[in-house]
Write a protein that binds this ligand. Structure first.
Ligand code: AQP
Length: 337
């Protein structure tokens, strides 16, 4: 095993990536590339736990990989790959589903929220966190940097690892969730009580990393705030919109909260707040968007880079899968080693 601590993160190609994905996860993945050994996975098997159009899934998978590269994920320092390119993930999910009791899954709040929004719920939406546990455990990941919404799933992965180790011997690394101090839960601009999500389609809900400057300004201009005038960080529910805008500005610029409040001391009201936050976001996103279009113009090169990541991931994941199967009592034929 590597001497550096291992980090595993996943992102679903379930729509165009948002500012929430960027500030809560991707920006931190980029900043953490040197200190640890990093694995970043475009989790397309997770995306199909809610119905996806096949052409859209294909396009979103490639676009997600391109956006990660454009945002600064460096294949020389991070193993970037697509989940379905490494078969061990699906197999690990089955094996671990024979370790995790049903009650653990039924408690998951993301499952309950997503299931409530659908008429017919797929079995895999319930078992999604087991696939996620397999993703992490196959790579002996010590850390999983995620937004607040994923904390419960990582805790489940810990429970599954501990139960496996108890039943079959100490084989799996028990991972820790790493939640950002700020930006861990970027809220929708149209409703600051709801998390910003890439699969939500309402215009004005999310800022996407591919949005034009005009689209970004339009979304911020319509961001829900309150009837007051005070531009302050606050936990009060009625200030959630302003708090969200300030948090977006804070994480985008990398400033501390006092410096953020000082920046807005001369603002004439929420109009200035929205315009200035939009300006900061546009400045941060513009180079990502430009690089994204360059990468998408050469799909063969993009696919080549992602395939290299899968080759490396496959080696590690398949060796771990063999160890898991042996511990559980399967005889693994030489051809599969
Ligand atoms: N609003 C958010 N604020 C902060 N972090 C967020 N993340 C997602 N939304 C926010 C973090 O982004 C990473 C990748 O997320 P994911 O693709 O695995 O799925 P998700 O958490 O379900 O994200 P979405 O955008 O809401 O996708 P859909 O709409 O498909 O469900 C994770 O680290 C996540 O915490």
């Amino acid at each position: 095993m590597s001497a550096k601590r291992r980090v595993f993160s996943g992102i679903q190609p379930s729509g165009t990536l948002t500012l929430g994905n960027y500030l809560g996860a991707i920006k931190r993945w980029v900043e953490g590339q040197d200190a640890k050994e990093n694995f970043i996975c475009v989790v397309d098997l997770h995306a199909i736990t809610v119905p996806q159009d096949p052409d859209a899934l294909r396009a979103n998978t490639r676009a997600t990989a391109a956006l990660l590269l454009a945002a600064g994920i460096d294949p020389a320092r991070t193993t970037l790959f697509v989940q379905s390119h490494v078969r061990a993930h699906a197999e690990a999910s089955w094996l671990l589903s024979c370790v995790a009791p049903l009650g653990w899954l039924e408690r998951m709040t993301q499952y309950k929220a997503k299931a409530a929004a659908q008429e017919s719920v797929l079995t895999a939406l319930l078992t999604y966190p087991i696939l996620q546990a397999g993703d992490i455990l196959l790579y002996d990941a010590h850390e999983v940097p995620v937004g607040e919404d994923q904390k419960q799933h990582i805790e489940l992965a810990r429970d599954i690892a501990q139960r496996f180790n108890h039943l079959f011997g100490e084989l799996l690394v028990v991972p820790e969730p790493k939640i950002a101090a700020a930006g861990a839960r970027v809220m929708g601009l149209d409703d600051p009580a709801k998390k910003m999500s890439k699969s939500a389609t309402a215009r004005g809900h999310a800022v996407r990393l591919t949005d034009s400057d005009d689209e970004i300004r339009w979304a911020f201009k319509r961001a829900v705030t309150d009837s007051g005038r005070e531009i302050v960080f606050s936990d009060e529910p009625e200030k959630a919109g302003v708090n969200n805008l300030l948090t977006i500005y804070q994480v985008t610029t990398g400033k501390d909260p006092d410096a953020v409040v000082a920046d807005f001391a001369s603002a004439r009201g929420y109009g200035d707040l929205k315009t200035w936050v939009a300006d900061a976001v546009i400045e941060a996103i513009t180079p990502i968007r430009t690089r994204f279009h360059e990468l998408m113009a050469d799909p063969a090169e993009l696919d080549r880079q992602v395939a290299l990541g899968a080759d490396h991931a496959r080696e590690i994941a398949e060796a771990k899968l063999v160890a898991i199967k042996e511990a559980m009592g399967f005889g693994v034929p030489a051809a599969l080693r």
